[in-house]
Design a protein. Structure first.
Ligand code: PLP
Length: 448
């Protein structure tokens, strides 16, 4: 009754309140649902609505973002974000390199630069790829604002609405989002312990061809996959390339974590691109995990004429990558700092992986399984069939620990009994405390 009276009183004043933006301001506490209900009823159509493109209408904010907010509440130990360890960022080194570069070459480095990227950085990238078995010419590399931009460019160049893309299931949310934004249809192919299920990949392609729908490309993360941590075996990498040849597919290979193996051999992490003799593989690299994500620097490698097209598209997005930041990375590499830094990062993340895996062994109840990755940032957890990790998420947040629900990593969100834990961001003792809380939540959840 009180609520009704309150509502009526409010309705009389509501257009005034709405105009004053008052309803927006009230978001917490008792009665706010009433404000929100009323506000959404009276909200006038914005002048831009109705003018949006079909593409824009298809872009959706995800459930994950709302859950991320829950995981950021005070006191919550979050294994949700895949944020690199901030303590490892090379702040000191970057500051001294940047101040010298600005003093000595400020006039050039604060100017626009070549759209394709700085030539010296391209040389550094070629050298680093060369060590990993990838031999490409200088015109076969494009510097981009992070591998994420490379994913968007792949979608922009290859995908018309309704086109089919094959993805590992599960796969990186940022890639799924980029492909979805161009109204592609994503078809997931299940992952096994050593990479994608090749039989399923072939059956999926055959099935699609039978329906007259030819997939454009297969998107894969062979090294320490996000979200599962899986290292794809070399046999399977060869198998992927072989299938791609047979069915005339492109392969988009995302190697964001390729340098972060914990004792893996060069051979084990050798990219698919290293075997590509015909320009079928578009390779994406990133400095986000080995320098810092805030510098927004990555690259693409592929056939020269295709890279020319990527360059045209990229130039209209952001003109050029930052000359200053590119020069900084060149210096960090030339001083030998970057190589040393990567060795340190491997140790930091290896130790955190160990802390997470040993805590999971200690605290998780029977019936729960997880991956034990050989590199990268992530552990993938499977709870018994029929249970929903979203329900566990809420119980975990009550106990002040958080993760990302796994369904978000599937194009159709169909698999519910999985979730991702990141071990990259928290120190060992925090990981142990957090996994202790998660074990408690999981035990309560599974016995309930
Ligand atoms: C598999 C994968 N690809 C690409 C990216 C984005 O990388 P960047 O920061 O270079 O855009 C990430 C970031 O988490 C990732 O996990």
């Amino acid at each position: 009754m009180r609520r009704k009276v309150f509502s009526i009183a409010l309705k009389d004043n509501v257009s005034f309140l709405g105009e004053q933006g008052f309803c927006w301001a009230l978001t917490e506490g008792e009665g706010c649902d009433i404000f929100r209900d009323i506000h959404s009823n009276i909200r006038r159509k914005a002048v831009w609505e109705g003018k949006l493109s079909k593409r824009a209408l298809g872009m959706k904010g995800s459930e994950i973002r709302r859950l991320f907010r829950l995981s950021m509440q005070p006191g919550v130990i979050s294994f949700a974000g895949g944020l690199p360890d901030p303590g490892s960022f090379p702040g000191e080194e970057a500051a001294s390199v940047l101040s010298r570069l600005l003093r000595e070459r400020g006039e050039v480095l604060l100017q626009y630069g070549p759209a394709r990227g700085d030539e010296e950085l391209v040389e550094v990238i070629r050298e680093r790829m060369g060590r990993r078995g990838i031999d490409v010419g200088p015109r076969e590399v494009l510097v981009v604002s992070g591998a994420q931009q490379g994913l968007d460019l792949c979608a922009k160049l290859f995908l018309d609405p309704g086109d089919v893309v094959l993805v590992e299931a599960p796969s990186f949310i940022g890639a799924l989002g980029a492909f979805r934004n161009y109204q592609a249809e994503m078809v997931g192919v299940p992952m096994e312990e050593d990479g994608v299920d090749l039989g399923a990949l072939e059956r999926t392609v055959e099935g699609l061809l039978g329906e007259g729908r030819k997939p454009k490309f297969f998107y894969t993360i062979p090294n320490f996959q996000n979200p599962t941590g899986t290292l794809t075996s070399q046999e399977k990498r060869r198998g992927v390339l072989e299938l791609a040849r047979r069915y005339d597919l492109l392969v988009v290979e995302d190697d964001a974590y390729g340098e972060l193996g914990f004792g893996t051999s060069d051979q084990e992490v050798r990219p698919i691109k290293a075997m590509d003799g015909e320009g079928r593989v578009i390779y994406l690299g990133s400095f986000s995990k080995i320098v810092s994500p805030g510098i927004r620097l990555g690259w693409m490698a592929g056939p020269e004429e295709l890279i020319d097209r990527f360059e045209m598209a990229k130039q209209m997005l952001d003109v050029c990558p930052s000359p200053l930041i590119q020069a900084m990375v060149v210096e960090l590499h030339r001083k030998g700092f970057l190589d040393e830094h990567v060795l340190n990062l491997r140790e930091i993340y290896r130790s955190r992986r160990d802390a997470m895996v040993s805590s999971l062994r200690r605290h998780m109840p029977q019936g729960v399984r997880w991956t034990e990755p050989l590199g990268g940032f992530y552990v993938w957890v499977t709870i018994p069939e029929g249970r929903d990790a979203l329900d566990l998420f809420h119980m975990a947040v009550e106990r002040k620990v958080a993760f990302v629900i796994g369904s978000a990593f599937y194009p159709d969100e169909s698999v519910r009994n999985v979730f991702r834990l990141s071990f990259c961001h928290e120190r060992e003792e925090v990981i142990e405390e957090g996994i202790g809380r998660l074990g408690e939540a999981t035990r309560a959840f599974l016995s309930g």
